[in-house]
Unconditional design. Structure first.
Length: 413
């Protein structure tokens, strides 16, 4: 039997035990809602104390409180991102709070017009060859998109979906990992033995997909420069695993990958592109020194059992998924369970999690079922700020964290 490593730390005057079987309820501090990497000081001790004041870590608990934040490597100048990451890690150590460091290279890339600006010669970064770094609505560069949309509660305009197979784009992603990951590993390496547990892990990817979190409309380029009121609103079609009911994109990545250069896209094309991209980033992280048990890859699925669920599975990381539809019981998520059954990573994670209920018992029961699997390393609540309007959520989490016996917790389903 594997012997658990035992760490003892002092937190607010009490001893807290963390083992290699400890699980975590992680609270994600949402960018732009009081904290933001563009304002590094906002990620300091105050952001941690607000969480700990409501959910303090307690002695001998099998589930501990933790904090996370998404560092979007292309959203702010490198020196700003680095400073924000250092402030975040320092606050973790100051408050003895475990953390998940999330590194996003997909969704926000305003600071890298040299990668995406292929159309506006009056703006920084202009280069017509940047068509190769964004997605297309057909098989030729002439089909490159200039704009995309995202709906994480409200539809907003965003920059084009990256071509996840573009050599220049992928190399830029790897360069950011080489910039940020050594900072995390150096910090972790200098922690005293009793605080080594503070790094739960590093998460790469963010619901890695094509056309999911950055979608395009038919003739969407014509809307650039027009009023927002002209933007169409089309419902997300989870059952349509290719376009989700919007304009089809993905041609650039599929062609660049050498999968096909003509004809119609199929579901496995998009899965393969996304999986290769995320595997490439995870391999880079592993080569930088991130151990298998501390590296997580973030996938997603919207239609039950679709191939997209396979994306975070690779030899170097632990798979992690978003849970909304099946947050009440991940065992019912056939795409997740398919991959857990055939892959023996040290852990997996519910790395983006939100139960659509304000009921305390519903949250208690959902967390109980999710963390009943001892391989589930953590559940990450998205987001801390979203809980304020639902007092029942906090009560449900309190009740869950109050169960001290992991056997009792897992048998109480």
């Amino acid at each position: 039997m594997k012997t658990a490593l035992l760490f003892v730390l002092t937190l607010w005057g009490c001893s807290v035990f963390a083992t290699d079987t400890t699980q975590y309820v992680v609270f994600n501090r949402a960018p732009g809602q009081g904290v933001y990497q563009g304002e590094p000081a906002s990620l300091g001790q105050k952001a941690f104390d607000e969480v700990l004041a409501m959910f303090p870590n307690a002695p001998d608990k099998p589930v501990q409180t933790a904090v996370s934040h998404i560092f979007s490597a292309f959203r702010t100048p490198p020196e700003t991102t680095v400073k924000a990451l250092r402030v975040f890690l320092e606050a973790s150590e100051q408050t003895s709070t475990p953390v998940v460091v999330q590194i996003d290279t997909e969704h926000w890339w305003e600071a890298r017009p040299d990668l995406w600006n292929w159309w506006d010669a009056t703006k920084p970064g202009y280069d017509p060859t940047n068509r190769e770094n964004v997605e297309w609505t057909g098989w030729a560069p002439e089909n490159a998109i200039k704009i995309a949309w995202r709906d994480w509660g409200k539809q907003v305009r965003v920059l084009p979906q990256p071509n996840l197979a573009s050599p220049r784009y992928v190399e830029a992603c790897k360069a950011e990992l080489r910039r940020l990951i050594p900072i995390v590993l150096d910090w972790h390496g200098k922690l005293p033995a009793e605080k080594k547990h503070l790094l739960i892990g590093i998460k790469l990817g963010h619901e890695t997909s094509i056309g999911g979190s950055a979608y395009h409309f038919e003739s969407g380029n014509e809307l650039l420069g027009k009023p927002l009121a002209d933007d169409p609103v089309l419902l997300f079609d989870a059952e349509n695993v290719l376009s989700r009911g919007r304009a089809q994109i993905g041609y650039a990545a599929v062609k660049t990958s050498g999968i096909r250069t003509s004809g119609s896209l199929v579901e496995s094309d998009l899965r393969n592109v996304c999986q290769r991209y995320l595997a490439t980033l995870c391999r880079e992280a592993a080569q930088l020194g991130v151990s298998h048990d501390k590296l997580f890859a973030h996938g997603v699925g919207w239609k039950d059992g679709e191939l997209l669920y396979d994306v975070p599975v690779n030899p170097d990381s632990c798979p992690a998924w978003s849970f909304y539809k099946h947050a009440s019981d991940p065992r019912l998520d056939t795409g997740v369970q398919r991959n857990l059954a055939r892959y023996d990573a040290p852990h997996w994670a519910a790395c983006e999690y939100w139960l659509a209920s304000g009921d305390a018992k519903a949250w208690h029961d959902a967390l109980t079922k999710t963390l009943a699997d001892p391989r589930c390393r953590y559940v990450c609540i998205f987001n801390w700020e979203s809980m304020a309007a639902f007092p029942g959520i906090a009560k449900g989490i309190h009740d869950f964290l109050g169960v001290s016996n992991p056997t009792q917790r897992r048998m109480s389903q």
